[in-house]
Design a protein around this ligand. Structure first.
Ligand code: NAP
Length: 375
């Protein structure tokens, strides 16, 4: 219900457009101006009409007006979906840079969110009704699809930007394209660091991104840039590449790193009084990788089609190295046993290096031929 009364009209800054406030002040009416008395009336405070009802009709362009105001400022409303280890880590930087963070997760992170300065919404409907500019998916790789499907997309603004930070990239890209209606924007990203490696600074740490689908209106282009700016401002090395390219590189680097870290963790390495620099590196590797969840590691393996090949190469490499060691040992033993009598005879072939990633493995006979050529 709308009612007008004679109290000072003070439009909330954002609640009414300048055009509307001019119309209202032109239509006010003062009865004391009609007085016929000879002495001038004492000065009255200026009284204007006011819309008091909270359900009062707003100007037709009110939402657009608010949206424009928001998009003009570079501050974003970011909904972090999946408020675990990595979600919280990113949220801290967003808040530090003055962005508004809404959090949502399977578990209750009310207190944590509050302590960081974020608002926690256990119900995804409430989250989406906040009309965030960005929905940032920080869930485990394996739960991505079910979490995305649990969001009531119809409650979001029509061109909301969806971003993910999953450690694999083709998989979320395909899920986004499959599930999200055309009017949502999609940015796939992978910060190549975590709460351990990015504890002190993000300076020069790579941030991979792929603008999968961004509408061509200025406001949408600016919004993506505002999001990427967060990482630029922290000093990240911004790397634009396709999701497919990322997965190829990441299997050969990140997956191998995590695998080695986990193997070494199983060895329960301990610090010694005579650590070499190399050994310190190994201890650091264990520390950097062991604190990540197994879900994360499993995601790197299961949802990157290049990972299996890397695991096989790792196996082959270890076998090849053992053969090389035992081969040497065998030769020394034979020399001791048979002395010079074998000289000029058959020499044990050196083992070939593994073929490069992506080339078919050599057959044993080919491998020997390569090895002989290498000698
Ligand atoms: P994670 O184990 O990969 O993911 C944990 C998050 O997933 C938590 O928010 C958790 O929610 C949620 N989750 C797990 N299972 C779920 C399910 N069944 N239903 C709903 N939510 C579920 O560990 P993380 O380190 O926090 O990583 C989050 C994402 O960031 C991953 O995709 C990872 O690949 C990526 N990432 C991580 C790093 C890193 O260094 N940690 C770096 C770059 C990218 P609750 O906590 O509410 O249970």
């Amino acid at each position: 219900m709308v009612s007008f009364s004679s109290i000072q009209f003070q439009p909330p800054a954002a609640a009414i457009s300048p055009r509307t406030s001019i119309l209202l002040s032109h239509h006010h009416h003062h009865s004391d101006q009609l007085s016929l008395s000879s002495s001038p009336p004492p000065p009255q405070p200026r009284r204007l009409h006011c819309i008091r009802a909270i359900d009062a009709a707003q100007p037709y362009d009110y939402e657009a007006y608010l949206f424009n105001r928001f998009s003009q400022s570079s501050k974003l409303k970011i909904a972090v979906v999946g408020f675990g280890n990595f979600g919280q880590f990113l949220a801290k930087a967003f808040i530090r840079q003055g962005h508004t963070v809404f959090a949502h997760s399977r578990s209750n992170y009310h207190a944590v969110a509050q302590s960081l300065g974020a608002a926690f919404f256990p119900d995804p409907h409430d989250l989406c009704e906040q009309h965030p500019d960005v929905i940032l998916l920080c869930t485990s790789v394996i739960s991505t699809e079910s979490v995305l499907r649990s969001l009531p997309l119809q409650r979001l603004r029509r061109n909301t930007l969806f971003v993910d930070v999953l450690s694999v990239k083709e998989f979320p890209k395909n899920i986004f394209l499959q599930i999200l209606p055309h009017h949502f924007d999609i940015l796939c990203t992978h910060p190549m660091f975590g709460p351990e490696s990015g504890k002190l600074t993000w300076q020069n740490l790579p941030f991979v991104f792929d603008k999968v689908r961004i509408g061509n209106e200025d406001s949408r282009i600016n919004r993506v840039e505002a999001f990427l700016d967060i990482f630029k401002k922290e000093g990240c090395a911004m790397v634009e590449m396709s999701c497919a390219e990322h997965d190829k590189y990441a299997a050969g680097s990140q997956f191998i790193t995590h695998t080695m870290g986990r193997i070494l963790e199983k060895l329960q390495l301990e610090s010694t009084p005579i650590n070499t620099k190399g050994y310190e590196t190994l201890l650091n590797l264990v520390e950097n990788t062991a604190s990540d969840s197994f879900d994360l590691y499993y995601g790197l393996f299961m949802y990157n089609k290049n990972a299996m090949e890397q695991l096989e190469r790792l196996d082959l490499a270890f076998e090849a190295l053992k053969k090389e060691l035992f081969g040497h040992l065998h030769e020394v033993l034979r020399k001791q046993l048979f002395g010079k009598s074998e000289e000029g005879g058959h020499r044990r072939p050196m083992l070939a290096k593994l073929p490069k990633h992506g080339t078919p493995p050599l057959l044993p006979s080919q491998s020997e031929a390569v090895a002989n050529n290498n000698n």
